[in-house]
Design a protein. Structure first.
Length: 126
């Protein structure tokens, strides 16, 4: 997926703040993370053009969980005060680890892996 295709997908999914003539233009490419890391937290994460294909891939594969994961990873594995957000991030972290460890789709599909959400940093990641 190229940059233009990725931008089109993410714009159609309405995950950005959006363009507003009274706001800075970069908000049109800033993920809306309001109330993600804590209540009444106005937050967003700008997505540089070169990162759009990866963000779109994560969104396509994992939905909003992929976006949460991407923002968390960009911010030193940032965690939320909300446990459900942290579980979503950890789910994608496990799945991405498996995808990177076993890049072949067919082999990965038939490789048994088991994990427990809440134990990623304690698990043997070989």
């Amino acid at each position: 997926m190229n940059i233009a295709e990725a931008r089109k997908l993410l714009e159609a999914a309405d995950v950005f703040f959006g363009a507003d003539p009274d706001e800075p233009p970069e908000l049109a490419q800033t993920l809306n993370m309001n109330d993600t890391w804590g209540w009444a937290c106005a937050d967003g994460e700008y997505v540089p053009d070169e990162e759009l294909p990866e963000v779109a891939r994560l969104f396509w594969a994992y939905g909003n969980c992929g976006l949460l994961y991407w923002v968390s990873e960009r911010n030193d594995q940032r965690r939320s005060e909300f446990h459900d957000i942290n579980r979503a991030i950890e789910f994608v972290r496990y799945e991405e680890h498996i995808r990177k460890t076993i890049p072949n789709d067919t082999k990965r599909a038939y490789t048994y892996r088991c994990y427990v959400i809440g134990e990623f940093n304690n698990a043997n990641q070989s």
